[in-house]
Write a protein that binds this ligand. Structure first.
Ligand code: NAG
Ligand code: NAG
Ligand code: NAG
Length: 350
């Protein structure tokens, strides 16, 4: 039993005697790489740091939860389920080479014991149920992690972590369950890494009232650590949600293989787009599944990225979800060797 899903299934079976351990796991391609953030900085053009965004193409600078209907306003989604117009985004990882210039690290498809997923840029999304869960309500949004944090001790490495992927293939699995073993809060700078896998696990307990909160976090709480969705919720946040997990594969092969760019002073060459390291890793979520399809998907044990008629959710072809993109609005370069990170007015003007 090398598969962490088998281990999770075994753990869950001890609690729910007859449970079959299913979960949604699907690919999302890149919608846009953009300096906007309708959750933390609505209306701001442009936000201080760059994000990669996936999901429904109604994504925009301002997405007022009272009026912005993601399924209604989107005409496509870059995620594999045709009914999922949610938006998911994270900071972008850069490699700072020894001459001081930066390059965005490419994001690639993901393997793992549940099979290979394929996408263009982008990331993988999981919705992990534990028993009966309550799907997010229309307008729900949340944030995991802290974009300004520099202290690794302030991050629970069981929920937000990085893994050095020593296998050259994303399909050849490395390590155990997400955020266990030798996974770290910091981004690993080991030159044996071919890829770096980033995992962001979101809180699974909700206060049952608020679709959002001023810090985008206090309306939700963790029930525990790790990718099981398990654990009991605190009395302040009694409603069990599906556990959302983001999994990103940063392909660092070109950098770790090239002594001409690798820093010689021992510094960690990886920085997120805030110009900070692993402790500042964060993920943003705006719920946008059509009608009650997510609730039905959870109730009907829909599995992985397969079409699930009981919930009315359908797998698109990769060509279809790859084709859903938005034009970048901020007038700046984000790819190639850059003299400075795209971070603010100065970067826009130059
Ligand atoms: C984003 O918002 C602007 C201004 O409200 C609007 O003109 C534009 O069509 C919107 N874009 C999308 C993709 O909805
Ligand atoms: C840094 O190196 C890259 C290629 O690795 C090159 O394109 C760029 O011009 C160099 N920049 C400086 C400032 O030396
Ligand atoms: C990662 O990058 C290397 C070097 O460019 C490339 O050969 C390899 O195919 C990439 N892996 C994936 C999964 O895209």
């Amino acid at each position: 039993m090398h598969s962490w899903t088998c281990l999770l299934a075994a753990a869950l079976l001890t609690r729910h005697a007859s449970a079959q351990f299913n979960m949604l796991r699907f690919a999302c391609s890149q919608l846009v790489v953009e300096r906007t953030d309708p959750l933390v900085n609505p209306g701001m053009t442009y936000t201080p740091h760059l994000h990669q965004i996936v999901g429904g193409n109604s994504f925009n600078v301002t997405m007022d939860p009272a009026t912005h209907d993601l399924p209604g306003l989107s005409t496509c989604t870059s995620c594999s389920f045709a009914e999922d117009f949610s938006n998911y985004w994270t900071a972008v990882l850069f490699f700072k080479q020894k001459n001081g210039t930066y390059k965005r690290v490419p994001q690639v498809g993901n393997g793992g014991p549940q099979g290979q997923l394929s996408q263009k840029g982008g990331l993988d999304i999981y919705y992990i149920p534990s028993g009966k869960v309550t799907a997010f309500k229309k307008g729900f949004r949340m944030l995991a992690g802290t974009a300004t944090n520099t202290d690794p001790n302030k991050v629970n490495k069981g929920n937000i972590c990085h893994r050095c992927w020593t296998s050259p293939s994303e399909a050849q699995f490395v390590g155990g369950a997400p955020c266990t073993g030798s996974d770290t809060v910091d981004v690993p700078k080991d030159q044996s890494c071919k890829m770096i896998r980033q995992t962001i696990i979101f809180p699974t307990c909700w206060n049952g009232k608020d679709l959002d909160s001023p810090d985008h976090q206090s309306h939700v709480a963790y029930s525990g650590t790790g990718a099981s969705g398990g654990g009991s919720c605190p009395s302040t946040h009694p409603v069990k949600l599906p556990q959302i997990m983001y999994e990103l594969m940063w392909n660092v092969t070109d950098f770790t293989n090239d002594p001409s760019v690798w820093p010689t002073d021992g510094s960690n060459p990886y920085v997120y787009s805030m110009n900070l390291g692993g402790p500042a890793a964060h993920g943003d979520y705006l719920f946008g599944w059509k009608d009650d399809t997510l609730q039905k998907a959870m109730d009907n044990n829909c599995n992985l990225d397969a079409t699930c008629n009981a919930a009315g959710i359908h797998k698109q072809t990769q060509a279809a979800y790859d084709a859903c993109t938005l034009p970048q609005q901020a007038p700046e370069q984000v790819d190639g060797w850059l003299k400075a990170l795209p971070m603010g007015e100065m970067a826009v003007m130059s």
